[in-house]
Design a protein around this ligand. Structure first.
Ligand code: HEC
Ligand code: HEC
Length: 284
């Protein structure tokens, strides 16, 4: 090591190596850096031993701690199912009116119902139940079949003119089939409009309405929920009152179909979405 000398510019010793007049300064790594480096090596070896690490020929070293992210996940899932089953059991066991009275269950129902509604109901009823011609608004208090929790649940579960044996059914007769004359249909259409303050009625229109329509739609057009017969006196239309639409409906009525959800949604989901619909604004 005879060649070690002090470099005049930096004041640092050289290593003694020299290449064509170029000399190497001796600047070792700082102590703290070196010890940190050794510590990470020791930690790594420890981690190989404790956690799953090296592959072997047929399997892998599973570590002495027994840790596995799959076990973690399984435990998480089990905990969630446990948590969920607490309230799904309550949903299954309680009638819908009692579920809605329990604040916690009500919150769960609203959160779940919102998603179920967006996935299954919004295509027909509009997002947040705003409705469309032929598809009733669910956010107002104008109900065809009823807006209590139980009525809504029944409608959702079995449908309207749906596939289930217990589905809600009713049929407005086709008054155009030689039953009423064209003139009678025209005058009863006029009477229907007059019920919501549009135009004047006629003696003939009032009489036909009284005889043929009031049984379902009510004397003053206040609607008949036993038949799912819409109110005719509120100026809100399931279909339309424009042009000849009323005459068409009276002559050859349209009949809406609401699918049966039993079998497509489970019991818990039906209760959740019914509570959600009830809370949209028109619940009774
Ligand atoms: C394929 C279209 C369609 C889908 C999807 C649909 N509905 Fe309906 N729904 C209707 C129609 C049409 C009516 C009106 C039937 C009638 O004319 O009596 C109706 C009526 C209703 C009524 C009765 C309203 C009243 O005034 O009494 C409720 C409540 C209802 N739907 C809730 C739902 C819920 C909740 C879902 C989702 C789980 C849903 N609907 C999905 C078409 C649909
Ligand atoms: C057997 C019961 C029944 C009788 C009788 C009946 N209707 Fe209806 N009417 C209904 C039902 C049910 C609907 C709703 C159909 C649907 O939901 O798709 C309806 C719908 C209507 C509508 C559409 C309302 C809207 O909001 O768009 C009009 C208008 C109407 N009826 C007028 C009459 C007139 C006028 C008569 C008598 C000439 C009459 N109805 C007799 C059951 C009846």
């Amino acid at each position: 090591m005879a060649n070690i000398e002090r470099d005049e510019v930096s004041g640092t010793d050289t290593t003694g190596h020299e290449w064509d007049g170029l000399k190497e300064l001796n600047t070792p790594l700082p102590r703290w850096w070196l010890w940190t480096f050794y510590a990470t090596i020791i930690y790594a070896v420890g981690a190989w031993v404790v956690y799953p690490s090296w592959p072997t020929l047929t399997t892998y070293w599973k570590g002495t701690s027994g840790y596995s992210s799959r076990v973690d996940l399984t435990n998480d899932l089990a905990a969630q199912t446990q948590e969920r089953s607490v309230w799904t059991k309550k949903f299954a066991a309680l009638p819908i009116t009692e579920i809605a009275q329990d604040r916690n269950l009500q919150e769960v129902a609203m959160a779940g119902g919102k998603v179920i509604f967006a996935d299954n109901c919004a295509p027909c009823h509009g997002s947040s139940g705003t409705g469309a011609p032929g598809y009733p608004v669910l956010a107002d208090d104008d109900w065809l079949w009823g807006g209590s929790l139980e009525e809504i649940e029944t409608t959702v579960r079995y449908g309207i003119r749906g596939a289930h044996d217990d589905t809600r059914v009713s049929e407005m007769p086709a008054f155009g089939d030689d039953y009423l004359t064209a003139a009678q249909i025209k005058s009863v259409a006029g009477h229907v409009l007059s019920l919501s303050g549009q135009g004047a009625s006629s003696a003939e229109g009032a009489e036909v309405f009284e005889n043929e329509c009031a049984a379902c739609h009510g004397e003053k057009g206040e609607g008949g929920r036993d038949f799912g017969a819409p109110k005719l006196n509120d100026g809100l239309w399931l279909y339309s009152s424009a042009g000849d639409d009323l005459i068409a409906q009276i002559s050859k009525p349209k009949h809406g179909v609401m699918p049966t959800w039993e079998g497509r949604l489970d019991d818990v989901s039906i209760k959740q979405v019914s509570i959600y619909v009830h809370a949209l604004g028109g619940g009774e």
